[in-house]
Design a binder for this molecule. Structure first.
Ligand code: SF4
Length: 345
């Protein structure tokens, strides 16, 4: 068995590999479908490829699986999964079933460099980027586990997706490809803390996926304190990039706003937010802060969240207060982390 994992290859890279082996390029489509649609565990299963070709491909390549090591089910139905990677590092992802929708929140890095104060992932520091195969296998392994397709993907798990740009973009292209996972682009959301060059580059890819931005305050000084990435890419630069972002018709940028008591939850904060959002097609998700170990931050009072929401709604913004899902199993926003076997009861 060769060591090129086919799940790390784009369609173009697959074609290059095939041509090295002297085969015609349409074989790449067939292999892509075996790997990503029929979930072949072995190249020998790819029965519409000539036997000789399967043998020569097997000498060069393989398809690896990422087994689920542990799982927890929340009382609200949210499920958190733990994966141990080949090098012993661990990642988590979260499945949120909701009527017909099965949304998977996936991770893109082991740890994270950005160290947002409201997030447990950042506290453990950064270890490494995930490979494309490790990101896409998070989806395939959950499909295997639940025997159903995933309908929606959110890049909101561990890590900053735009800090692992190449592998994340390659993964998204596999997800939306008619030969890959066939997930409609409008059902994929990438969430960023605001890596401005990454947003500009993403705009140029024209992938038509949704973009979410973890904003959390309209005030640079406050943002510097809770999101150190703001020192490099301050709010005005971030908004400039977002104003240029090519949104498909009818789509909006989502701003995520984690509500933290005494930090960003007053009416003055809401007024500042209104000022900076002018001219941007957007909606706002207010996320009550989920408590994390080792942090003094407190969730905002439900009344403050409601007042905040009311002011924005009165100015015709769509504002949703996100119900915290999976907090009892540490699967809620900001609660994922990457030390060994982190799943808790
Ligand atoms: S919120 Fe996202 S970007 Fe910030 S530390 Fe956590 S994983 Fe990283």
């Amino acid at each position: 068995m060769g060591n090129v994992d086919l799940k790390n290859l784009s369609l173009q890279e697959m074609e290059n590999l095939i041509s090295q082996l002297g085969e015609r390029s349409y074989r790449a489509y067939q292999i892509f479908e075996w790997v990503f649609q029929k979930d072949a565990g072995d190249i020998r299963e790819m029965t519409n490829l000539p036997l000789k070709f399967r043998n020569s491909l097997s000498e060069l390549a393989c398809t690896k699986r990422l087994p689920i090591t542990d799982k927890r089910v929340s009382k609200d139905g949210t499920r958190k999964y733990l994966f141990v990677l080949e090098d012993g590092n661990t990642i988590e992802n979260v499945l949120i079933p909701d009527e017909e929708k099965r949304t998977l929140c996936i991770s893109t890095q082991v740890g994270c460099k950005l160290n947002c104060s409201f997030c447990l992932t950042g506290k453990g520091g950064f270890v490494r980027n995930l490979k494309t195969s490790e990101i896409i296998e998070q989806v395939l392994s959950i499909c295997r586990e639940i025997q159903e397709n995933i309908t929606n993907i959110v890049f909101m798990g561990m890590g900053e997706p735009l800090d692992n740009y190449e592998n994340v973009i390659k993964t998204i292209k596999i997800m939306i490809s008619p030969h890959g996972l066939k997930i409609p682009a409008r059902r994929i959301t990438l969430s960023t803390a605001g890596i401005v060059p990454g947003i500009i580059r993403l705009a140029g890819e024209n992938l038509k996926i949704n973009l979410a931005v973890s904003l959390n305050t309209a005030d640079n000084e406050t943002r510097d304190g809770i999101m150190p990435v703001n020192k490099k890419y301050p709010i005005d630069k971030l908004l400039e990039a977002l104003k240029e972002y090519p949104l498909p018709p009818g789509r909006r940028i989502t701003f995520e706003y984690v509500m933290m008591k005494g930090i960003n939850d007053t009416i003055e904060d809401a007024k500042r937010l209104l000022k900076i959002l002018k001219g941007i097609r957007c909606k706002i998700n207010l996320i009550p802060f989920n408590k994390i170990e080792g942090s003094n931050l407190e969730p905002s009072h439900p009344e403050s969240i409601e007042e905040f929401q009311n002011l924005l709604v009165s100015k015709h913004y769509t504002v949703i207060i996100r119900k915290s899902k999976g907090a009892d199993i540490w699967a809620a926003c900001g609660q994922l982390r990457s030390s060994k076997m982190t799943i808790k009861d």
